[in-house]
Design a protein around this ligand. Structure first.
Ligand code: SF4
Ligand code: SF4
Length: 368
């Protein structure tokens, strides 16, 4: 077991956002690793074992511990496996996840909404502004080089509409041969993956794979790092490249017009993009091509990942508040490129923009 390799050096303590907020060893990666090492003893006490299972979900799955670990323990893998075991063996303790699991099983989106509505809301809002958008929605027999995978948040949340408008504007300005999956898009499976439910996730993935292949797409592009993890690492898309939208657009433009801006931005790296997928260069490269004035902040978690909002919304709020205070985020618009980070920032009254919003702005200004 890789957690046996932990030498309790403590390097992972100071970077864990949960330990930072709670200040008690059991919330830290080192603390949980130690509890795993003495699990035989812990299991003698049902209350302690239950508490440990809750600790597994009191984690944003940000991956900072894995990145930092001096003994090369693959902590994200450990948390993933242990979460799966905890939910499978003690489902009654995770009843709060039940509605999400049911929604994904029955209607294949996290909101429990009619799957037919996946392309309804944003299409109603945007089709006058972006002529031809309705024709971009996948139907059997239609093909395109680039399939856009919106994900549940961007398909259903009005708070994402500005990003969608900018994404479609940028794709149109670029002249891309693209299509969106519409009602044929199923959740990518990431929420189930975060619960350790690989079987449930794989059912969703196999449908998406068949649609992407049926459309003869060469690329699938998403704005959501969680979706990208699933598309890139778990959908088994033979001959189809999965890209983040910042990668896609960074490749398309050597140069860009200069952005007009009044105040400095702060750039927040989405954890799953930065650490899990190691996509760090492209978002910055796009910003640099636009000569955007931004400052990097410590690449730490916004508090919205790992299903923490479902396990402990209060703690999730504390993490973003602490981050906002330590990084002075209320002084700037926070740039990011993840719909989930966006939700977390907005719900804590922080101003935010996706990088594609800036891109659409400069492309519109140029009037291509
Ligand atoms: S994944 Fe992030 S929140 Fe979870 S234990 Fe590691 S550092 Fe802490
Ligand atoms: S950094 Fe790795 S080895 Fe050190 S305490 Fe944390 S988990 Fe253990």
């Amino acid at each position: 077991m890789s957690y046996d390799r932990c030498v309790r050096c403590g390097s992972c303590l100071k970077i864990c956002p949960i330990f930072d907020a709670m200040g008690e060893e059991q919330y830290s990666p080192r603390g949980k690793n130690y509890l795993l090492q003495i699990m035989d003893e812990i299991e003698q006490d049902p209350e302690a074992a239950k508490e440990f299972r809750k600790l597994l979900f009191t984690c944003t799955m940000c991956g900072r511990c894995k990145e930092t670990c001096s003994s090369d323990v693959d902590l994200l893998k450990v948390w993933h496996e242990q979460r799966g075991k905890a939910v499978q063996e003690n489902p009654e303790e995770f009843a709060y996840l039940g509605p999400l699991q049911n929604a994904l099983e029955n209607v294949q989106n996290i909101y429990g909404l009619d799957p037919e509505d996946r392309a309804m809301f944003w299409l109603d809002e945007l089709e006058d502004e972006i002529p031809g958008l309705a024709d971009r929605v996948y139907e059997p027999g239609k093909t395109a080089e680039t399939m856009i995978f919106l994900g549940c948040l961007m398909s259903f949340r009005s708070s994402q509409l500005d990003v969608l408008r900018s994404l479609f504007t940028a794709l149109e300005k670029d002249g891309a041969d693209y299509m969106v999956m519409g009602s044929e898009e199923f959740c990518c499976g990431h929420p189930l993956y975060l619960m350790g439910d690989d079987d449930g996730a794989s059912e969703l993935r196999s449908h998406n794979k068949s649609v992407i292949q049926d459309a003869k797409a060469k690329q699938v592009v998403t704005c959501c790092p969680g979706c990208l993890i699933q598309l890139k690492e778990h959908h088994n898309l033979e001959g189809v490249e999965a890209l983040h939208h910042t990668e896609f657009f960074d490749r398309r433009y050597e140069t860009l017009p200069e952005l007009k801006q009044e105040k400095e931005f702060a750039y927040h790296d989405p954890c799953e993009l930065h650490r899990v997928l190691e996509i760090k260069k492209e978002p910055r490269s796009l910003l640099d091509k636009m000569k955007a004035n931004y400052r990097d902040i410590e690449p730490s978690c916004c508090g919205g990942g790992g299903l923490l909002r479902m396990t402990d919304a209060n703690l999730s709020d504390i993490i973003i508040e602490m981050r906002a205070a330590s990084e002075g985020l209320r002084e700037n618009t926070v740039l990011t490129c993840c719909p989930s980070c966006r939700e977390q920032l907005l719900s804590n009254n922080l101003e935010t923009k996706d990088i594609v919003e800036l891109l659409a702005e400069v492309l519109e200004e140029r009037g291509d």
